[in-house]
Write a protein that binds this ligand. Structure first.
Ligand code: ZN
Length: 291
């Protein structure tokens, strides 16, 4: 443990609970974790680390407990690396490590198939590795989604842009305080795509949103509770050579979903990540690991 009483990453009062759960760096990893586990972590207020672990063992299934311990270990390792080696690991990188480590663990339980095949099969079962659908030739694709922070106080509208060959171009997220309507956040995510595209100097875009009603409202220019945003989207979309806003199911939109969820733990305002994927979760796309 550090010899100071303050967290060396954020400066707040340090404790085992702060380091592993409450520090902003740790919270960003938890934002990407399984919701059930996070609820348990947040609501079990045992002050002592040992009794907290016992409470977890009693209340979680073996599978979730494994996930919890791997997550705690990964967060701890990432903290050590950033404090002692100045090596900052992004929350997505930590989350990616957790997912692949658990997939590898699960693969060890089934030894009938070759190892590589087992790991791939286990990762295919993980919700974090889905397939991305490329846009047509000459287009970029911007997947968008909205997400809330766990306490519901903040919402994030996120957009992830890729070339049609899958290359990561950039992503952005706008974080809001006090927006608690999912459809409004989805429409703001579509609007965010129209801000990200000019940042990347892209003019022929396909925007994929996983809310059917928001896509329908934009295509019809419907008046409604978020009609001002719809109007702005309709006007701004005319500035592009081509701007096709369409519906795509959640399974294909996992990357924007993760980014929105992660971003909801960031500060209010706009966050942009241009051309530098850094995160393993952001870079391997169109990764049909079943093939
Ligand atoms: Zn801290």
């Amino acid at each position: 443990m550090a010899d100071t009483e303050n967290c060396q990453l954020c400066g707040a009062q340090d404790s085992w609970r702060h380091s592993l759960m409450e520090c902003s760096a740790s919270r960003r990893v938890w934002a990407l974790a399984d919701g059930d586990i996070v609820d348990h972590v947040e609501t079990t207020r045992e002050p002592n680390a040992k009794s907290w672990i016992f409470a977890m063992i009693e209340s979680l299934s073996h599978k979730k407990l494994t996930e919890l311990f791997v997550t705690l270990w990964a967060i701890w390792t990432a903290r050590r690396k950033s404090i002692h080696e100045g090596n900052l690991q992004s929350p997505h990188a930590t989350h990616s490590f957790i997912v692949s480590f658990i997939a590898e663990l699960e693969s060890l339980q089934n030894t009938e198939r070759p190892r590589g095949e087992r790991v791939r099969a286990a990762m295919a079962g993980s919700t974090s590795h889905q397939i991305w659908r490329p846009p047509g030739e000459g287009f970029v694709k911007i997947n968008v989604d909205g997400g809330f922070s766990r306490n519901g106080e903040r919402g994030a509208a996120a957009a992830v842009c890729r070339h049609n060959n899958g290359t990561f171009f950039g992503s952005s997220a706008m974080v809001f305080e006090g927006i608690n309507d999912a459809a409004t956040l989805e429409s703001l995510a579509c609007r965010e795509a129209l801000s990200l595209a000019p940042d990347l100097m892209e003019d022929r875009i396909v925007v994929a949103c996983d809310s059917k009603s928001v896509v329908a409202d934009i295509s019809k220019g419907t008046e409604g509770r978020y009609s001002a945003i719809v109007k702005e989207i309709v006007i701004r979309s005319r500035e592009f050579s081509t701007c096709d806003i369409k519906f795509e199911g959640q399974a294909l939109n996992w990357e924007a979903h993760s980014l929105a969820k992660f971003s909801s733990s960031l500060d209010v305002g706009r966050h942009v990540w241009l051309g530098d994927p850094r995160d393993p979760l952001i870079s391997p796309v169109n990764l049909n690991i079943n093939q």
